[in-house]
Design a protein around this ligand. Structure first.
Ligand SMILES: Nc1ncnc2c1ncn2[C@@H]1O[C@H](COP(=O)(O)OP(=O)(O)OP(=O)(O)O)[C@@H](O)[C@H]1O
Ligand SMILES: [Mg+2]
Length: 681
């Protein structure tokens, strides 16, 4: 800058040019400040709240409709989708965001998890539910068959599962879908928001059904029937029709029934009551005394949710029976039954279900239930996604060290898995996570389906998602320097389990699981991670070793010389890698065949071949490299006084760890921890 000034004004001396430079810089700053100020003024002006409110009102304003039944008939003539029933309305919302049919043959990981099964993923659940694909598919299937008029339309959808498995969240999502769905047309003033087509007398229904290309189901509620006769003289074409939307808050189309005190099972909560203040004016069965404000009444056209359904007395649940099978609910007085079109959702924990099921007198209700199990997630990666989702909703802005959530998820899943005779639980966890695991010392892979077939009820017990989230939250609240790492988390897990109200045996088992299995797994992960960061620069070595192995294995299988060389395969070299996986000499041939066949499929499908594309071989190569650098890593990590070369290597390692998601704090903590706990002789 100075030279530029001097160049422009050559006779100016250096002092003058300095002051000139200061002036220019000052000028630039002043312009900057003015400009920012201008922008701020602009933003403040944009933040005219009355304008924002006006815009918001305009954008959410709906085209209110107020017309007669005659006008409504024309609307339906133009669009016969309008009078759809409740199940169909929800089904259409469920599929609105699309569906992806997962081709397991194209996704190796998913093929390992699901085998030949067809997996459908619905956009509506994306980023909201994880690891329970099959449950979600069953829920959508229920709504589909019900929408098609199948038997499910006359059945209660009942979700059963352990605490904190996502039952309420699933139902909340369905309720939210209803709130977002289009407005419905209803008879004005009808407490049940009923479908205006109910006005059409039985004798004329066929004619209207043909003319409108719709199916008319249900009859007028007693209140609208009374009004039709007395206010409109039977001229149903004049009956006013309005538009309404679903709302939980306004109790419109969505009814919620919490468990009721068994000593006070008053059915008015369900089907409304008789308004005593009007009893002096009208007879008991006069519809004008009815207060149709029960959960079933308001849930008409939408859905009714029974929380902890089986905590209620059986008599209380009989309303469910008629509501499902006959689509009728009792009227508050002795009057005739009232038509009900709505989805009945119920949920509870397994204990309640088992108690209810064991009583034979409940058979009639049991027969009207579609039971869908909502188990805990058993896939490690997906469980981590649940925690991330819940963390996103909180205000915590802490840094979370790599593997922290993974360790928490690992503990949760291990408590949920049933011990198999075929593999240990950690291996089972890895297989369920879609990882390519071969049995120690062989080339055999344990079939996931065989493992799943061992226990039908896996995932229905164990530690809940809620418990883990509480532990993570406590960890975040207590950690220093705004960073949570696996070491603190393990401590928090131990404290959390100690405080749980569990029987002594389970508590002890959980504590051993954390202190033994989880710690060991973390040590393995950490050792691999530190070593990998250390040998980062050795990546080319890994690639070379991999290519060499492939060339030699291929030559071995084809009984030829090694590619581009005049030598035969080096058996010792091949074995030095296979031994890392514990593969016996008799299993070696199978392993080599597997590797070459796998690479062949990759080449055929045009995929890139790198040393990390085949998990078992990657593991073997890293172990082989690790064993040669292990000693060096140990020296460098443990020693406090290092020479120049060691310092350089240490810095390169921490640099690489930071690239892999560690911050200064956790990098420091885990390396200290590694120095004290790993590489013990
Ligand atoms: N598989 C999952 N995918 C995404 N989130 C989940 C999953 N399982 C549980 N959650 C989350 O865990 C939390 C607890 O779930 P929720 O309250 O829905 O459980 P619940 O089955 O109703 O439990 P309870 O029986 O105690 O009422 C929710 O925030 C939910 O979103
Ligand atoms: Mg719940």
């Amino acid at each position: 800058m100075i030279s530029f000034v001097k160049f422009c004004i050559p006779y100016i001396d250096i002092e003058v040019s300095k002051s000139l430079l200061t002036l220019i810089i000052f000028g630039i700053h002043a312009i900057k400040i003015l400009y920012i100020g201008y922008i701020k003024i602009k933003v403040v002006r944009v933040l005219d709240f009355s304008q924002i409110i006006l815009n918001e009102k305009q954008s959410t304003k709906t085209d209110d409709f107020q017309g007669t039944f005659l006008e409504y008939l024309h609307i339906v003539k133009d669009n016969n989708d309008i009078p759809k029933l409740a199940h169909e309305r929800i089904y259409k919302k469920l599929i609105e965001e699309g569906m992806e049919c997962i081709k397991t043959e194209e996704d190796i990981r998913l093929r390992r998890i699901y085998g030949q099964d067809i997996i459908k993923r619905y956009g509506v659940f994306e980023d909201k539910f994880f690891g329970i694909d099959k449950t979600l598919m069953k829920i959508v299937r229920y709504f589909y068959t019900a929408a098609m008029g199948g038997e499910e339309a006359r059945q209660v959808l009942y979700l059963v599962g352990p605490v904190g498995a996502g039952k309420s969240s699933l139902i909340d999502l369905i309720k939210a879908l209803l709130e977002q769905s289009e407005h419905i047309y209803t008879l004005e003033g009808c407490p049940m928001n009923e479908e205006p087509l109910h006005l059409i007398p039985k004798a004329s229904r066929k004619t209207f059904e043909e003319a409108l290309d719709v199916k008319i189901e249900g009859d007028l509620c007693p209140i609208c029937k009374y009004r039709l006769e007395n206010e409109f003289n039977g001229d149903y074409e004049k009956f006013p029709v309005v538009k309404k939307h679903f709302s939980i808050k306004d109790r419109q189309g969505i009814g919620v029934v919490p468990p009721v005190d068994p000593n006070n099972q008053d059915t008015s909560v369900l089907v409304g009551s008789v308004d005593i203040s009007k009893m002096d004016l009208y007879a008991e069965d006069d519809p004008r005394v009815f207060a149709l404000n029960g959960a079933f009444n308001i849930a008409n056209r939408g859905l009714i949710e029974f929380i902890e359904v089986f905590k209620n007395d059986i008599e209380y649940l009989y309303t469910m029976l008629t509501a499902t099978q006959e689509k009728l609910i009792p009227s508050p007085a002795k009057g005739s039954m009232i038509h009900f079109d709505g989805v009945i959702l119920a949920h509870s924990n397994e204990t309640e279900w088992n108690k209810f099921r064991s009583d034979h007198t409940n058979e009639a209700i049991l027969d009207r239930i579609v039971k869908i199990e909502v188990p805990y997630c058993l896939e490690l990666d997906e469980e981590v996604k649940i925690y991330k989702k819940l963390l996103k909703r909180s205000k915590f802005t802490h840094h979370i060290a790599p593997h922290t959530l993974e360790i928490a998820a690992m503990f949760a899943i291990l408590t949920r898995l049933k011990p198999s005779n075929k593999v240990d639980n950690i291996t089972k966890l890895r297989i369920y996570n879609g990882e390519d695991i071969i049995e120690k010392g062989t080339t055999k892979r344990t079939d996931i389906m065989e493992l799943k077939d061992e226990f039908e009820r896996e995932g229905m017990s164990g530690i809940s998602t809620r418990f883990i989230m509480k532990v993570i939250d406590t960890g975040l609240a207590e950690c220093e320097d705004g960073c949570l790492n696996p070491i603190i988390l393990i401590e928090m897990l131990i404290n959390g389990v100690k405080e749980l109200s569990l029987n002594d045996e389970t508590k002890k088992a959980y504590l051993t699981l954390i202190q033994d299995t989880i710690k060991k797994e973390y040590h393995k992960i950490l050792e691999a991670e530190v070593t990998r960061a250390f040998i980062h620069g050795y990546k080319e070595q890994a690639e070379d070793m991999f290519n060499n192995y492939l060339d030699h294995a291929e030559a071995y299988i084809n009984k030829t010389k090694v590619k581009h060389s005049d030598t035969y395969p080096d058996e010792n070299f091949l074995r030095s890698i296979e031994e890392q996986l514990g593969i016996t000499p008799s299993g070696a041939k199978g392993f080599r065949q597997d590797v070459t066949a796998y690479m062949f499929t990759l080449v055929r499908s045009g995929q890139e071949i790198t040393y990390s594309c085949y998990e078992p071989l990657k593991e073997a190569i890293e172990k082989r490299l690790t064993s040669s650098v292990r000693e060096l890593t140990r020296v460098i990590t443990v020693n406090k006084i290092r020479n120049n070369d060691q310092n350089h290597k240490y810095d390169a390692m921490t640099q690489e760890m930071k690239q892999n998601g560690y911050c200064d704090t956790c990098c420091n903590v885990v390396l200290k921890y590694a120095a004290n706990n790993l590489w013990k002789d």
